[in-house]
Design a binder for this molecule. Structure first.
Ligand code: CA
Length: 241
């Protein structure tokens, strides 16, 4: 698993052993930037920074910096789907970008019914949907990439036991397409969880006649936890070897 960690002065890109939590490879970011969303696209890892308006592009294997993009505003979450990068910036808008030059292709506003959903944070693209965590909540919205409409909510309340004093907010979602495994974690969370979505219909693939409205009420079930570890902030991306 690849992981981006935050905090100015100690931000990093990491490769982590999924079974043990051991950090296998690390690249430290410049001391003045705060690491944010991370995604894997065509053997390149692309990592946002919070306020530096820079996205770093690394070779997946060596972590060598191979390119760098600039953008305007905050960088929060980053994922990719349908040959596009998808980025959040803490607002209710998601920006689709060209993976080659980071140019803006389009923006969507995420709404549940008529209500804009702000503070969109960590992202993951799964089976044609965008999953977005809402900052400072235990909620993940399932979002249509065409309209921005929220299809359903995943509620992770209670996943992390309350006695985890130092734990902070949920902000890591990772999906391994090859195995279908879904992982979540958060800032300072001592544990990475693999979760399975239950009591819900299968994830729908989008078509013009896609009908929403009957997919609410998902809950999570805990499949496995990783051994304790500490990270400052995590934006995660899963990947098969
Ligand atoms: Ca992610």
């Amino acid at each position: 698993m690849y992981e981006s960690t935050g905090i100015t002065g100690s931000s990093s890109l990491r490769r982590v052993d999924l079974e043990t939590g051991t950090v296998l490879q690390t690249h430290l970011l410049p001391a003045d930037v705060f690491g944010e969303g991370l995604t894997l696209f065509d053997d390149r890892l692309i990592q946002l920074t919070w306020t530096s308006e820079i996205a770093f592009v690394y070779d997946r294997a060596s972590f060598e910096l191979v390119d760098q993009f600039t953008y305007t505003g905050s960088g929060w979450g980053l994922t990719d789907g349908a040959h596009r990068l998808i980025m959040s910036n803490g607002t209710s808008y998601l920006t689709f970008r060209d993976p080659q030059d980071f140019d803006t292709i389009r923006q969507i506003q995420v709404r549940d019914g008529l209500n804009p959903i702000s503070s969109l944070n960590e992202l993951e693209f799964i089976h044609g949907e965008i999953l977005a965590n809402v900052y400072q909540t235990d909620l993940i919205a399932r979002i249509r990439p065409d309209s921005g409409q929220v299809i359903a909510w995943i509620d992770l309340t209670g996943l992390l036991p309350p006695e985890r004093q130092r734990a902070e907010v949920l902000n890591g979602i990772a999906f391994d397409e090859a195995t279908g495994r879904l992982f979540v974690t958060g800032k300072f969370w001592p544990t990475l969880f693999e979760i399975e979505l239950v009591d819900c219909p299968p994830l729908p693939l989008f078509s013009d006649d896609f009908a929403s409205g009957n997919t609410r009420g998902w809950s999570w079930s805990l499949e496995a936890g990783m051994p304790a570890r500490t990270t400052e902030s995590t934006e995660t991306v899963a990947s098969s070897p």
